[in-house]
Write a protein that binds this ligand. Structure first.
Ligand code: G6Q
Length: 539
């Protein structure tokens, strides 16, 4: 049965009709404790969700919806390793990547925690060797530059995490990320690097991804051009993959390969060996701290009651706005420059997971699923697109992410940053009425322009400080928010057939751009574009 056919969904629809006129100004006026009551805490994070267009009844109805869809059993089945990725017949066990050493989880007769811990130990000894200058390149010089070659889930996570945890990273090592098959990416990323001191980490779960293999081949050529045709490239390449045969065929020594498992989805993988470049940058201890933060949020998600459960509350509020309030997008606004790439990372996590239009049984849903996720670090966004959130015509729920203590104490920067964040959430919620504008002496012709409707919903996520631990917990909170929503909608959040289609179609077109006049049989637009490209290319 579709969730939209349940009495709980219909009750929410009726409730949305009767509460449509509610304003946050009235909700706060009627309940002086709202701001201290509507909050949740866990894994070092404080969630204030009081500035949402919800009443106690709304929250109750949303929790009933969660119960009606069996969310509790769903969470348990994910953590247990059931094959909940039904279209690929796989377990979904990114949570096993951060289970503490010494615990065990046996899936299909294999203790996956033991495998994870063994991989972590190998990662640690590799990253220690690089950090200590013991990993030598072909010419005998220590490696000082690490280039992660991967795309999608094998790029966005480690790249975002590397920026996020820059404070904890070794600044005498250079870490770069090459993802795009556009040669510009490789060229610009390696322009100032000395091949003798550069090591490539080729991250590809399948080791069959066109972009990654193309960049990896270019990297091999780049090394050989500089170091000679007989250069021992194995000193300059390691791989992270689930396919050891493909890694060996590329010429990378299987001893220099770190494992991936089919039960880790790419976009859920930077806490696996896909995060090897991050571990080199921040060290094994900090990486383990990050895993502990992930695990802490996992436990919070698994055990906290819905009304105190950060990911579940975030998920339910998203369902409320997307399915009952007409919101199409969701903004993530980190007030931390270190988290500038968080919105881009969450775009993949959320949109690739929940950008689905059929249920796990293949039935068209007929209601809204995953939102468009976007955002920018504060305060930059304030001087760009916040105008539309304040005074435009669209409903855009926002998450504000903020830390109390900066990692670097520079004058009063942090207080100014936080004052801006607080002012934005206040203004979004309460706005400025026409009467208030008039009373401030604004010319009558400008009153409408300077009126702010308010009633724009925001979540505030606050932690003491950005550390590997709070960072891990934050990412886990978003992973589980996405799970919560996908489960409620009854969709499979863990496949990505939309990505697969692009991979297949591109492979079919590649030969048509090669030598000789191709025999084209696409639509007339694609055929004409292929011909125009060949003509403009001039070969
Ligand atoms: C993530 C997706 C996708 C994937 C890339 C790279 O969940 O599956 O973004 O990570 O297509 O795939 P490989 O790691 O196999 O190269």
């Amino acid at each position: 049965m579709l969730v939209s056919d349940t009495p709980e969904w219909k009750a929410l629809q009726a409730h949305a009709d009767t509460t449509a006129a509610l304003h946050l100004r009235d909700l706060f006026a009627a309940d002086p404790d709202r701001g201290t009551r509507m909050c949740a805490e866990g894994a070092g994070w404080y969630l204030d969700y009081s500035k949402n267009r919800v009443t106690a009844e709304t929250l109750d109805l949303l929790q009933r919806l969660a119960d009606a869809t069996g969310l509790r059993a769903g969470i348990d089945s994910m953590f247990r390793g059931d094959r909940i990725n039904t279209t690929e017949d796989r377990a979904v066990l990114h949570t096993a990547l951060r289970r503490p050493a010494g615990t065990s989880l046996v899936v299909d007769g294999v203790d996956v925690v033991a495998e994870v811990q063994a991989a972590l130990a190998r990662m640690a000894s590799f990253s220690d060797a690089v950090r200590d200058g013991r990993w030598l390149g072909h010419t005998g010089r220590p490696v000082r530059n690490i280039v992660n070659v991967g795309i999608g889930g094998s790029d966005l996570g480690p790249r975002m995490a590397h920026d996020a945890l820059a404070w904890f990273s070794r600044r005498d090592l250079t870490v770069r990320f090459v993802s795009n098959v556009d040669g510009t990416d490789f060229y610009e990323s390696t322009l100032d690097l000395d091949p003798a001191e550069t090591l490539f980490i080729v991250c590809s779960k399948t080791f069959g991804t066109l972009e990654t293999l193309t960049n990896a081949r270019t990297a091999r050529d780049w090394l050989k051009r500089a170091l000679g045709p007989d250069a021992a490239v194995e000193r300059h390449f390691v791989a992270v993959s689930a396919d050891s045969g493909a890694v060996a065929a590329f010429g990378i020594d299987p001893d220099n390969m770190f494992p991936m498992w089919d039960w880790v989805g790419g976009r859920y993988s930077f806490d696996s060996a896909i995060g090897l470049s991050l571990m080199v940058a921040i060290g094994a201890d900090a990486f383990r701290e990050m895993l502990a933060g992930f695990h802490e949020m996992d436990e919070h998600f698994r055990t906290a009651p819905w009304q105190a459960n950060i990911p579940v509350l975030m998920g339910l509020l998203g369902v409320w706005y997307g399915d009952f309030g007409g919101a199409q997008t969701h903004a993530v606004l980190p007030y931390s420059q270190y988290l500038a790439r968080l919105p881009a990372y969450l775009q993949q996590l959320d949109m690739e997971s929940n950008g689905k239009r059929v249920t796990r049984d293949g039935v068209a849903v007929g209601f809204e699923t995953g939102p468009i996720v976007w955002g920018e670090a504060g305060t930059n966004g304030q001087h760009a697109f916040y105008q539309l959130i304040h005074q435009g015509t669209k409903l855009i729920p926002c998450d504000f992410v903020v830390f109390a203590q900066p990692n670097e104490a520079l004058g009063d920067h942090q207080d100014l940053l936080v004052a801006n964040y607080l002012a934005q959430t206040e203004a979004l919620a309460f706005g400025r009425t026409a009467a208030e504008v008039e009373a401030s002496g604004v010319a009558p012709a400008l009153v409408a322009h300077r009126t702010f409707p308010g009633n724009h919903p925001t979540n505030s996520l606050m932690a003491r400080r950005l550390t590997p631990r709070t960072f891990g917990a934050l990412v886990a909170a978003y992973e589980h928010k996405v799970f919560t929503q996908g489960w409620i909608w009854g969709i499979n959040s863990f496949d990505q057939w939309g990505v697969e289609l692009g991979k297949q179609l591109a492979q079919a077109i590649v030969p048509e751009l090669g030598p000789g006049e191709p025999d084209l049989a696409h639509d007339s637009s694609t055929d004409a574009l292929v011909r125009r490209y060949r003509e403009l290319r001039g070969t």
